[in-house]
Write a protein that binds this ligand. Structure first.
Ligand code: SF4
Ligand code: SF4
Length: 174
């Protein structure tokens, strides 16, 4: 049933008053992407694979992150480092490292499981992709740039620099 004429006018004026009043209120929206919201300290955004200051990769290809991942989103393949081609200070490095962002639930378990702080969830939340293939973040996409003063991997190093001394076994007859 239609409202009487007087009531209709009242409703229109009420609507206009709400619009007028909101013109002076602080906006709750922002001009994204020109303006971005502050990220909270414990925010978990897109992962990165970190490097040491000399450029070597922190990842040693141990797959503990993949084992800890409840969504089965991480795939790691490892290979041996050599003095001619060294990627990480450890015996091994990740020759393949992939995260399927369509599976990831950003729980951070991979970061907690990593013994070298190689994988960390940072503040990048801009994760748009247009194909399933693009949702797979490869090692090349995840690795942070080489820090200033560092060298890209693989690096050629002096023989034996990264060989860990094997502790001598105690003689059981002593
Ligand atoms: S944040 Fe969680 S779900 Fe995502 S890759 Fe790491 S462990 Fe897997
Ligand atoms: S990111 Fe960390 S836990 Fe995962 S394979 Fe590399 S070193 Fe291991």
């Amino acid at each position: 049933m239609a409202l009487p004429e007087r009531a209709q006018v009242q409703e229109i004026l009420r609507g206009m008053w709400i619009t007028f009043r909101s013109m002076f209120e602080k906006p709750v929206t922002i001009q994204y992407p020109e303006v971005k919201r502050r990220i909270h300290t414990r925010f978990r955004g897109r992962h990165v694979l970190n490097r040491y200051e000399n450029g070597l990769e922190k990842c040693i290809g141990c797959s503990l992150c993949a084992a800890a991942c409840p969504a089965d989103a991480i795939f790691v393949e490892s290979a041996e480092n050599t003095d001619e081609e060294r990627y990480s200070p450890g015996e091994r490095y990740a020759s393949t490292y992939e995260i399927n962002m369509l599976r990831c639930i950003f729980c951070g378990y991979c970061e907690d499981a990593c013994p070298t702080q190689a994988i960390t969830l940072e503040d990048n939340y801009e994760l748009s992709f247009t194909s399933r293939r693009d949702a797979i973040y490869t090692k090349e996409r995840l690795l942070v740039p080489v820090p200033e003063g560092g060298k890209p991997t693989p690096q050629k190093v002096e023989p034996g620099v990264f060989t860990r001394a094997v502790p001598e076994m105690a003689d059981p007859t002593d």
